[in-house]
Design a protein. Structure first.
Lengths: 350, 296, 294
């Protein structure tokens, strides 16, 4: 199979298209559509990480919602506290004791918040990765554990209504680091931030895949035990990729909050976590740009369909999972291989 | 004596004492003593189930064992990757190279275990000298950029040996390195092994008697997990115990071709007690659309 | 003392619910290495079966007794269709089946929503199951006692099938060595069909049982599947014994923690306990030990 990141041409072409698209989008789209696109970009960040962990590293992570949620809730807590101007966020006086819990306090500081958005998901992934990968837990076991973790996380959020907003989540933000969210110019800036971060992530992932680490990660994916006999502990290779994926998801979640204006358990639970994979599945899990394009494309279709035909959208999504996984395991990247195979077969029969 | 000299001597021999591998009460290896020194191309032979591969598995940490196996340091109880870092390398019956990577990438990864962690994050700019040297030694220089999965069987075996060379293994444990090779390839492999044995300690598990007679310096014969004879090829051949249990009462060494083919799972299978979905699959259907590999 | 007994009973009750949900999964996961994400939706199908039967048969007692076998059949047939149509094509990619069956789960949920509406419905429990039962001085809902016995029955029946029938011998043979079983004339494909039918049937049965406690809704399976997965992982793949011990173990643990904290916190802690446990025994409670080594 041809590995997309190995071709310089594809990268530069892709980057050029991306830059043009990023610059053109605000000119072509109205503010509402632009905010939607910015939201898709946040999902795409999660997808880039999944591509690395699953496509390259073979770790089927069904729990990226955890890291997305950690990043998102940290950002949301900060924004809530900032909105309250040193006081108590509105929903707390509504449902709770009217006191700010102690673990909210650090996020009053913008600096701590920004560090925590990266550090907390990274630490969570480090601990979980260390716990499971060093003991050789992998494959389906890992998938199930990651899913159970995100399930527990969502449950915890729902049940702590006084401090997390419960099912409603955290919403109704007014400002973002001192900028009014009602101002369309600031919304446009958020879009540019998201686009820039996503491009940076793609470039970083590409560098990683071209490095010796990238080769090692593929080796670990295909022949984990063999790699031990080359003198490496495969667990740490996996942990590293997993942590990167978690950080990407965390940043995606953090940007999601000011762009969409809400974070709730519905964004981070079991089902949304698997749906993070949908774009990766369709775009091609082992490609660099596939997850990004697949995610943006799919979410676009979702917006179009789910507003008018919500039931049809669910059927469509289900069918997509079934058919693509079964017949096009490499997503859109499979199509080229399929065509080649069909052509060869026709030549043989002719 | 200088520390370096001690270090060198310590790595001149493998010493196995009282090695026992217990599979739920069945002793696959039952008190094996084995000493192999540098410069001695040692062959391990024995009928199926004699425990040859299990000994290698035990030494490399793939199977739990009791007793002792010293190569500079005590190897039993160490994690596999640490054993490898202590200078022990092995190959497998089923050549297991990383098929999705090129020959060069395979060798480069093998050379990489002593690199500092952070340098892993950089791309390879040029071919490291030890990789170039190994490519020459194993005769795959012209295939350097080929995907390892597309190599012929014999070439994969050579690539594995090459990977051991670049990882600078000082003890090489080779499991049937010439299985499935042509006569010419066997000859080349044998010469390669003799060459390597001058500077490294080598243990070869092999069924091919012709190959053994041509290249072995010494032979250890195993039967039901125990060593029953040890010595030069001629000595072992004349040993009545060996003739009785291994060759049958009135036969000489049986040619390799008459031996039943032996199957053993690949290293990728559930080889250690790890938590992973059981891999019980049916062979692929006859016409399968290409899926592009990487189905993790 | 009373508190301890109350926790014990709550734990055993929770354990039997977990066991019913996980039993079929343990069979299909262990036997075929396939993770069926739609297992929870098969439970949902069983639950709606119970609802439909109750519409036809007004007497709740009769409805329950008829629902149980019919629910089993509905779950089993759904599983059979899934196996034939999808899973057997993906034999070489067990991890991918997890995602493909997620697609199936999405479709089944939406189907249920379209047919029965998004609002939960109820199946009336028979009168003799409505009151509490006195056990060791504790009053326990009769439905929970019923579920406990149903779980025991399901285990016993499955055990009997696996141990005593020629079919069970074939299933176990295919599980231990697929190639050898095939070579000895066992149709492993056929065995897969039957295994999946049985496993999914038990999911349907569990769904019928679930109607005695919960409302029936399209997302009935979503919550249950995660718990069931955890039981299977903790118990060790393909081990009926492991699944039984793990189900009751996790049930007791959950009940114990719940007593002093909250349900959600208990779930989180139980999850962490499973991760820590896998640190000690990565192969689960009851590991298959084989001589087949690399």
């Amino acid at each position: 199979m041809k590995l997309v990141w190995q071709s310089k041409w594809t990268l530069w072409a892709g980057l050029a298209v991306a830059v043009i698209a990023v610059v053109l989008a605000p000119l072509l789209l109205n503010d509402f559509r632009l905010a939607l696109l910015a939201k898709y970009l946040c999902y795409a960040m999660v997808a880039v990480g999944i591509g690395l962990a699953w496509g390259q590293g073979g770790m089927l992570t069904l729990g990226q919602g955890l890291f997305f949620g950690l990043g998102g809730y940290i950002m949301a807590m900060h924004m809530k506290l900032a909105d309250a101007k040193g006081g108590v966020p509105d929903f707390m006086s509504l449902y709770g004791t009217g006191e700010v819990p102690i673990w909210w306090e650090p996020f009053r500081s913008p600096g701590v918040t920004l560090v925590a958005i990266v550090a907390v998901p990274a630490l969570a992934a480090l601990i979980l990765g260390w716990a499971v990968f060093t003991r050789g837990v992998r494959g389906a076991y890992f998938a199930i554990l990651s899913q159970a973790l995100v399930y527990a996380f969502a449950l915890l959020l729902v049940n702590q209504q006084q401090t997390t907003g419960g099912t409603n989540g955290l919403n109704g933000f007014k400002g973002f680091f001192g900028l009014a969210l009602s101002d369309p110019a600031n919304k446009r800036m958020l879009y540019f931030i998201a686009a820039g971060v996503l491009v940076a992530m793609v470039i970083a992932t590409r560098a990683l895949m071209r490095s010796r680490f990238g080769e090692l990660l593929i080796a670990v994916r295909d022949q984990e035990n063999r790699v031990r006999f080359l003198g490496y502990d495969p667990a740490w290779t996996k942990v590293f990729a997993y942590v990167i994926a978690a950080v990407f998801a965390g940043i995606g979640g953090a940007l999601f909050v000011p762009i969409v204006g809400i974070i709730s358990p519905a964004n981070v639970g079991v089902t949304p976590s698997i749906l993070f994979l949908a774009g990766v599945v369709i775009g091609g899990r082992t490609t660099l740009l596939g997850p990004v394009l697949g995610t943006i494309g799919l979410r676009f279709v979702e917006t179009q369909l789910s507003e008018t035909y919500p039931a049809f959208w669910t059927y469509f999504q289900g069918a997509l999972f079934i058919l693509v996984i079964c017949f096009l395991p490499q997503g859109m990247a499979s199509i080229g291989t399929w065509l080649k195979w069909l052509r060869r077969r026709r030549e043989v029969t002719a | 004596m200088s520390a370096a000299a001690v270090e060198r001597i310590a790595h001149d021999y493998l010493e196995v004492r009282g090695l026992v591998v217990d599979f739920d009460g069945f002793h696959a290896v039952d008190g094996v003593d084995l000493t192999v020194t540098k410069g001695d191309l040692r062959f391990l032979i024995g009928p199926n189930g004699a425990g040859k591969t299990t000994i290698i598995d035990a030494i490399t940490g793939l199977t739990k064992a009791t007793g002792s196996a010293v190569f500079g340091v005590e190897l039993l109880g160490m994690a596999t990757h640490r054993i490898v870092r202590a200078g022990v390398g092995r190959t497998f019956q089923t050549a297991s190279v990383i098929e999705d990577l090129t020959v060069l990438q395979n060798l480069d990864i093998a050379a990489g275990m002593r690199r500092r962690r952070l340098t892993l994050l950089r791309a390879r700019k040029s071919t490291p000298p030890e990789v170039t040297a190994a490519l020459e030694t194993i005769g795959l220089a012209e295939h350097a950029d080929k995907r390892a999965g597309t190599l012929a069987h014999g070439q994969k075996q050579w690539l594995e040996i090459g990977m051991l060379l670049v990882q600078d293994a000082r003890l090489l444990l080779l499991d049937e390195p010439v299985a499935g090779m042509s006569a010419e390839e066997r000859q080349q492999t044998g010469e390669l092994l003799q060459h390597i044995a001058q500077t490294r300690t080598i243990v070869v598990v092999e069924h091919d008697m012709e190959f053994l007679r041509s290249f072995a310096d010494s032979v250890t014969v195993l039967h039901q997990g125990k060593v029953i004879a040890e010595g030069s090829v001629a000595e072992v051949q004349a040993d009545p115990k060996v003739i009785e249990v291994y060759l049958g009462p009135s036969e000489t060494f049986a040619p390799a071709a008459e031996r039943p083919p032996k199957e053993r799972p690949k290293v990728t299978g559930p080889s250690r007690p790890v938590a992973t979905a059981p891999e019980k699959f049916r062979p692929p259907r006859k016409i399968t659309p290409p899926t592009g590999g990487a189905d993790a | 003392m009373d508190a301890a007994i109350a926790q014990l009973i709550a734990g055993v009750s929770l354990g039997s619910i977990l066991l019913l949900a996980a039993l079929g999964l343990s069979l299909t996961f262990g036997q075929m290495g396939v993770i069926n994400n739609a297992h929870g939706e098969f439970m949902m199908a069983g639950a709606y079966t119970s609802y439909c039967v109750a519409q036809v048969i007004p007497d709740p007692t009769w409805a329950l007794w008829i629902s149980l076998p019919v629910g089993f059949l509905v779950g089993g047939l759904l599983g059979l269709v899934l196996e034939v149509a999808l899973i057997q094509r993906m034999r070489l990619r067990p991890l991918d089946t997890l995602l493909a069956t997620f697609g199936v789960a999405l479709v089944l949920q939406q189907l249920a929503k379209d047919i029965f509406g998004p609002q939960p419905v109820y199946a009336q429990a028979p009168g003799w199951l409505s009151g509490p039962v006195e056990i060791l001085g504790q009053s326990v809902p009769a439905t929970r006692v019923f579920i406990f016995f149903l779980a025991i029955f399901a285990v016993a029946a499955l055990y009997a099938v696996l141990r005593l029938t020629p079919l069970g011998r074939q299933i176990r043979a295919a599980m231990q060595n697929r190639d050898l079983a095939e070579a000895s004339g066992i149709s492993t494909r056929g065995v897969d069909h039957v295994t999946f039918f049985l496993g999914s049937g038990i999911a349907g049965l569990a769904g019928v049982a679930a109607t005695l406690m919960d409302a029936i809704s399209f997302n009935l399976g979503t919550g249950k599947i995660v718990d069931a997965f955890l039981v299977v992982v903790a118990g060790g793949v393909g081990q009926l014994k492991g699944a039984i011990i793990a189900a009751f173990g996790l049930g007791l643990l959950q009940a114990g923690i719940e007593y002093s904290t909250s349900t959600s916190l208990a779930k989180v802690l139980v999850f962490l306990a499973v991760v820590v446990f896998l640190q000690v025994r990565p192969q689960g409670l009851v590991a298959l030990r084989t001589r087949s080594l690399a």
